[in-house]
Write a protein that binds this ligand. Structure first.
Ligand code: TTP
Ligand code: MG
Length: 345
């Protein structure tokens, strides 16, 4: 049975700031988008300590300041840092992922979904972050499940439990139900999913049209798509923990070979060619290093390994690091079919 996982990092930007400045931990931290100067703007996000003071995403800075205590720290967003952390986390997810924002992604889970998700959470913690993961038979229930037990949550909703999981959820929590639909539903006495299930079909259809009425009902029962959006994937990576920590090029190269092998399987299945190869190296202090090179469009396993190996060698010659994890990324992907037709010209 295949499940969908949905990952959402906890208080993401704020947690990143705590990682940059560990002395902030324990204090309320508010990350802000400033408009003109340090007195006007809005809250992007804040940590859980700040949420206890009633501060939250989207709040005007002036209001956040009025709720803050002496310990509260206000900081500007540092998108580059967050993107780097995000990349590290997304690389930990298995297989093809559908990333929907800097801190959210869907991924597939097959055998032992809970165990796999626990392992992913653990690996994320090694990067100093915590995540909430929802597992369900489809995407929209998975997303709701990841919200269920934030922060640091793991919620598994099996097929047979979907209806019960949704029963008392307000209709506004359902994917595809915006505030206008929510208001309209509320105005005819439909507050939660069990109300929506019980609603008279003709009545619903009269309000929303028959297609929309049917899709709302389906949502109330937890029926939804498993399909990953057909967004064009621009990169694929594979990172693995090595059998043993090592600073020896030969030993690391063997591990790299395995990572390349796994990555190659996925690239080949997708019929992609790549134009950039990156190696990702994580040492025993969990520092991440990347070495990357743009190459001529290529679609062979041999080239992928050759380029990755070169990058690894250069890194190992230049840096004396004991490595713990190793990864490889192929990016600037193009369709093999398109590429060959281009070459004809
Ligand atoms: P969220 O996942 O919504 O928020 P979060 O990760 O901070 O907190 P939670 O533990 O509830 O998941 O959004 C991810 C990041 O997007 C967040 O860290 C900051 C940014 N963001 C904004 O800039 N403005 C907003 O209004 C929201 C909601 C988020
Ligand atoms: Mg989040």
């Amino acid at each position: 049975m295949e499940f969908i996982g949905h990952l959402d990092l906890d208080a993401f930007f704020a947690r990143c700031e705590e990682l940059k400045q560990p002395e902030l931990e324990g204090k309320p931290v508010v990350v802000c988008v400033y408009t003109r100067n340090s007195s006007s703007g809005a809250v992007s996000t804040c940590n859980y300590e700040a949420r206890e003071l009633g501060i939250g995403s989207g709040m005007p800075l002036s209001e956040a300041k009025s709720r803050a205590n002496d310990e509260t720290v206000f900081l500007p967003v540092d998108r580059d840092f967050y993107s780097r952390k995000s990349r590290q986390v997304m690389d930990l997810l298995p297989g093809e992922i559908h990333q929907t924002s800097v801190d959210e992604a869907y991924f597939r889970l097959e055998e032992q979904p809970v165990k796999t998700a626990e392992k992913i959470k653990q690996e994320i913690e090694e990067h100093g972050l915590t995540a909430s993961i929802g597992i369900a038979p489809n995407k929209f229930v998975a997303k709701m499940a990841s919200e269920e037990d934030k922060p640091d949550g793991l919620t598994f909703v099996e097929e047979d439990d979907v209806e019960e999981f949704l029963e008392e959820k307000p209709v506004g929590d359902l994917h595809g139900v915006g505030s206008a639909t929510e208001e309209k539903l509320n105005s005819i006495g439909i507050e939660d999913c069990s109300d929506l299930r019980a609603a008279d079909n003709a009545h619903l259809a009269a309000e929303f049209g028959s297609d929309r009425a049917a899709s709302l009902k389906a949502r109330a029962y937890g029926r939804g798509s498993k399909k990953f959006e057909e967004t064009e994937q621009k990169q694929i990576s594979k990172i693995k923990t090595m059998e043993k920590n090592s600073s020896n090029y030969r030993a690391v190269r063997k591990e790299l070979e395995e990572a390349v092998e796994e990555l190659w399987n996925r690239i080949e299945r997708k019929e992609k060619a790549f134009q950039r190869v990156t190696v990702i190296l994580i040492d025993t202090d969990l520092q991440t290093y990347t070495r990357s090179r743009k190459i001529k469009t290529s679609d062979t396993h041999a080239n992928l390994f050759k380029e990755a190996d070169k990058l690894l060698k250069e890194f190992m010659e230049g840096e004396d690091r004991v490595l713990r994890r190793i990864g490889v990324r192929a990016s600037d992907l193009v369709d093999v079919k398109k590429q060959t037709s281009l070459q004809k010209f």
